[in-house]
Design a protein around this ligand. Structure first.
Ligand code: TYD
Length: 135
């Protein structure tokens, strides 16, 4: 189920660089970027799905567990590589937890922030999936 995007890393004796361009390295136009850090190890984030937006999650530093649930199956993924993005481009309930100290999680998003695009109740998400994701 998870779709990973391997980014091209430019590595030399000075260190590493990964460029990311809209519609080239990610399959959508990047309209928003946000990042999460300083998450205590016992805290959970996410706990929602989106109706339309797509995003790519990249763990720039540290490591984090991502739970993906498409309404039928659940999967846990460990993100810990800044050269690898996790593409979430279809209806998916997601949760993030077990942030290692120093973790920075970057999100590249296809839409501006819009609370109406969120489904924050798992039951509602599950029913929406079973009804064929009416928008
Ligand atoms: P929240 O949705 O709780 O974060 P997450 O689900 O990823 O753990 O967002 C925390 C706060 O930040 C909330 O008040 C909404 C706000 N926010 C924005 O204003 N813009 C954004 O792009 C995002 C992702 C959140």
């Amino acid at each position: 189920m998870p779709i990973f995007i391997p980014f091209h890393e430019h590595a030399d004796s000075r260190g590493n660089l990964v460029p990311i361009e809209s519609k080239r390295d990610v399959p959508f136009s990047i309209e928003r970027v946000y990042y999460i850090w300083g998450v205590p190890q016992e805290e959970r984030r996410g706990g929602h799905a989106h109706k339309t937006l797509e995003q790519v999650l990249i763990c720039l530093s540290g490591s984090v567990t991502i739970l993906l649930d498409d309404g039928f199956t659940r999967e846990e993924i460990q993100l810990n590589n800044p050269c690898k993005g996790l593409l979430i481009n279809r209806p998916t309930w997601r949760e993030m937890y077990s942030f290692a100290p120093g973790t920075v999680l970057l999100a590249l998003v296809s839409e501006p922030y819009n609370e109406n695009d969120y489904i924050r109740d798992y039951k509602e998400f599950s029913q929406w999936i079973k009804q064929g994701c009416d928008r």
